[in-house]
Write a protein that binds this ligand. Structure first.
Ligand code: 2HG
Ligand code: ZN
Length: 452
């Protein structure tokens, strides 16, 4: 790779050693930045032969400590393998509506390439300028359009990856129908760098939908928001995002971003709906909303680019606004749709009981039953509130990770969402693919699960 891509100097390593939340991270012995699959294979082969752990990192936009080294321990400091130089962007295959890209290509670059070909990449999220395709696959990222297109998993036609011992497995032919045994590509989706390093991906693209409309609604409570989404989902074909946020979170965003409030009066709950199509989707959206109890002083609609961006800012700027309050405890959970409103009330009391005096900011993808629970106040290492919220989620039939992954942050509680037999099978897969245990140790599997 050459000395320019093996970083040992502490200052050069520093940006790779701490995550976006500032809650997770630790030292590595060096950062290596391979630019080809062959280079990835030699790095992994060399590290495994020397029993050196490897931490894999994409754009470092993860929120669960899965792409940064663990806090300093007495063990061997890991090598950090950054995939950002695996940035080859193939040309769009129009006949197949597919594209092959390197793992280090950012989401924004991929979206740009798809757009130039008159197509679109179905996954979108706020960290688009830095998040890389490889990291998004490794975490099965979700984002804003899951309700229409599914998460990252649903966009994968095939992958190329390197195992811990340097073996390259490749499935980039682009065949949509291919029933020839185990789907190794899908096995790696969501494996959080614990089974292999993803080096390239063959992805599906969808038709671009130039006609967009966004509505922001003020509503009395979560149950009303869930009811509007259920109704619009059944009536409007192009509904692709349904996002929720709350009065207290909006106040934080307005203050942080210097934005004006969306309506003349505050509402308890805000629901943002986005529809897109080849033809103007606003007619069906208006019709669907006309039949619902939506008040004039709690609704705004935009169909032009600037107006759409203005409405989205209230939702998209939550993450940075919360981060400006302090180091947040971030939990990313899904509930059965029918219990989302009940959960919202319950989580507020659980957080005030376990972390009194803290700030709780809730927002998320209501169309997927996915709420982001952000708590600012408890020190980063105090996990009491994390545990209480995750136990509440499990007791209500939810999942402890909707889209960010388990990482290091939630590894100790994986047994709240996975049965002993599932965990045994997952450990057997890990043992088979990474017998030396060199890939992302401590991510996904904790040395010991918190019981109960
Ligand atoms: C989002 O939906 C991201 O904006 C980040 O998943 C969520 O900051 C968070 O907790
Ligand atoms: Zn999200």
């Amino acid at each position: 790779m050459g000395p320019a891509h093996v970083l040992t100097d502490a200052d050069l390593r520093a940006p790779f050693e701490s995550d976006w939340t500032r809650r997770f991270g630790g030292p590595c012995s060096m950062v290596v930045r391979p630019a080809s699959t062959r280079e990835v294979a030699s790095v992994l082969g060399a590290c495994t032969a020397r029993e050196t752990p490897v931490v894999v990192q994409g754009g470092n936009t993860g929120l669960v400590g899965g792409g940064v080294p663990p806090a300093a321990t007495d063990g061997t400091a890991p090598v950090l393998l950054s995939t950002v130089r695996l940035d080859h962007l193939g040309s769009v295959d129009l006949a197949a509506s597919q594209i092959t890209v390197g793992a280090g290509v950012t989401l924004a670059r991929l979206q740009g390439a798809a757009g130039e070909a008159g197509l679109s990449f179905p996954v979108d999220l706020a960290a688009r300028d830095s998040a890389t395709v490889g990291g998004m696959i490794a975490t099965n990222a979700g984002g804003l359009h899951v309700m229409r297109y599914g998460p990252m998993r649903a966009q994968i036609v095939g992958l190329e990856a390197v195992l811990g011992d340097g073996l390259v497995v490749s499935r980039l032919s682009g065949l949509v129908k291919d029933n020839t045994g185990y789907d190794l590509s899908q096995l790696l989706v969501g494996s959080e760098g614990t089974l292999a390093v993803i080096t390239a991906a063959r992805l599906r693209l969808v038709p671009a939908h130039p006609e967009r409309v966004v509505a922001l609604l003020g509503l009395p409570d979560t149950a009303a928001a869930v009811a509007v989404v259920d109704s619009v989902r059944r009536r409007v074909e192009g509904l692709q995002a349904a996002e929720i946020f709350y009065h207290d979170g909006l106040e934080v965003v307005l203050e942080h971003a210097g934005l004006a409030a969306p309506f003349g009066r505050p509402w308890a709950v805000y629901l943002l709906l986005e529809c897109a199509g080849l033809t103007d989707p606003s007619g069906p959206l208006y019709e669907a909303l006309a039949g619902l109890d939506v008040s004039d002083d709690g609704s705004a609609v935009a169909a032009d680019r600037a107006g759409i961006e203005r409405l989205w800012a209230y939702r998209e700027r939550h993450t940075e606004a919360v981060s400006a309050l302090g180091i947040p405890h971030k939990l990313d959970v899904t509930l059965p749709q029918a219990r989302l409103a009940e959960f919202e009330t319950a989580v507020r009391s659980v957080v005030s009981a376990t972390a009194s005096g803290s700030r709780l900011v809730l927002f998320g993808h209501v169309g997927d039953g996915n709420l982001h629970v952000n708590v600012v106040g408890p020190p980063p290492e105090d996990e009491a509130v994390d545990e209480a919220v995750l136990r509440l989620v499990a007791s209500m039939g939810g999942s402890i990770s909707a889209e960010h992954g388990i990482g290091r942050a939630k590894a100790g509680w994986l047994n709240l969402s996975r049965s002993p037999s599932e965990l045994a099978v997952m450990r057997a897969v890990k043992q088979a693919l990474d017998p030396a245990g060199s890939l992302n140790p401590g991510v996904l599997f904790a040395p010991r699960h918190i019981t109960g």
